[in-house]
Unconditional design. Structure first.
Length: 65
């Protein structure tokens, strides 16, 4: 149960990766809701999704903050 929000967030990000605007909104939500150590892990996951879909590149600004 401890990792439920993290896994849920990964699922949501994967599902909305077709739309950059939706993806950016979900990235912002994820960074607010997850625990600090989970944020570091989700950043790695987001970067892998961006590598697969370069259209999501505009969301990198949220990872740098």
């Amino acid at each position: 149960m401890a990792r439920a929000m993290f896994e849920y967030t990964k699922t949501i990000l994967n599902k909305v990766s077709f739309d950059a605007n939706l993806f950016c909104k979900e990235v912002q939500k994820a960074l607010q809701r997850l625990l600090p150590y989970e944020v570091e892990e989700i950043k790695i996951y987001i970067e892998s999704l961006i590598h697969k879909n370069p259209d999501l590149n505009q969301c990198l600004i949220y990872l740098k903050a």
